[in-house]
Design a protein around this ligand. Sequence first.
Ligand SMILES: Nc1nc2c(ncn2[C@@H]2O[C@H](COP(=O)(O)OP(=O)(O)OP(=O)(O)O)[C@@H](O)[C@H]2O)c(=O)[nH]1
Ligand SMILES: [Mg+2]
Length: 342
Amino acid sequence: MFSFFRKKAPTPPTPALPEAPTPSPAAPTPVAAASTPAAPAAAPRQGWLDKLKAGLRKTGSGIATVFTGTQIDEALYEELESALLMADTGVKATTHLLADLKRRVKESKTTDPAAVKGLLADAIADLLAPLQKPLVIGEHKPTVIMVAGVNGAGKTTSIGKLTRHLADSGASVLLAAADTFRAAAREQLAVWADRNTVEIITQQGGDPAAVSFDAVTAGKARGRDVVLVDTAGRLPTQLHLMEELRKIKRVVQKADAGAPHEVLLVIDGNTGQNALMQVKAFDDALQLTGLVITKLDGTAKGGVLCAIAREKPVPVYFIGVGEKLEDLETFDAREFAQALLA
Ligand SMILES: Nc1nc2c(ncn2[C@@H]2O[C@H](COP(=O)(O)OP(=O)(O)OP(=O)(O)O)[C@@H](O)[C@H]2O)c(=O)[nH]1
Ligand SMILES: [Mg+2]
């Protein structure tokens, strides 16, 4: 499974992880490579995968009942259509998947409904494949990652988990508390900084763009590999707040011409079809480079990734399945397709 993932990794030719905690500054590191099959990371990933499967179980059993009959007929496809729509897959991705599945059934000449489930897993994996792309660290020093999203999506928690993930692959991290909107936000990020024993840049009552500028400048001066910028939650309809995000981006660019190198949108996996609207709106404002989908351990249905793949394919760098440091892992299309149908 991981070899499938790693085959897809675009660069570099040597995906070697630094073995010691000190990273090699010259070699860009796909963070995904932390999951080398032989590495001790395999065990945490299995635990994470079990949580993902448990979270998506309802979707899986909803789809599984479609294949319990004896015939592959129009009724089966109609039932599957309903099950996919119920799982937040959206009309366009559902239509695509059904057409693709019918083609696969025809080509394989299968007459067994149970076999169709396997073909559906293939169709979903192929649809999701363009979303699978590792976050690469090391091409820039620091790699500046700006994190945005609606209120409560899981931005700050994901930054905490991502810090751990990056540290595991040998990168040094600096956090920027650019959520100056809520008093408690700074403290919340500081707790994650403590847990990871990394530094945090804050300003009492500061302006989010100014904090971000300071953090990028400090990241450069201190030779950090990554600067993670936490921003306040906002709705895409709050135009002045969306403008504030654009300002943070512009000001970060002044501190480092190529930055931010990554602009991530964090999406609560429970948001359903609204997630697609969030991707479109935040991408219009910020030109997203990646997504983090959180809370797939709860009642989320998971199909929304198919909708994103079909309508606004922004890479999914990470999937979150809980509130603990180890609850974040890289996205693998085939693994996710299988978890969705498990
Ligand atoms: N079950 C579960 N809970 C999560 C996950 N990610 C975040 N949470 C919880 O979701 C809630 C909101 O998380 P935050 O990280 O504060 O979200 P945020 O986007 O930073 O929120 P604002 O800064 O207020 O916009 C917290 O209670 C988190 O513990 C996840 O993957 N699974
Ligand atoms: Mg937050």
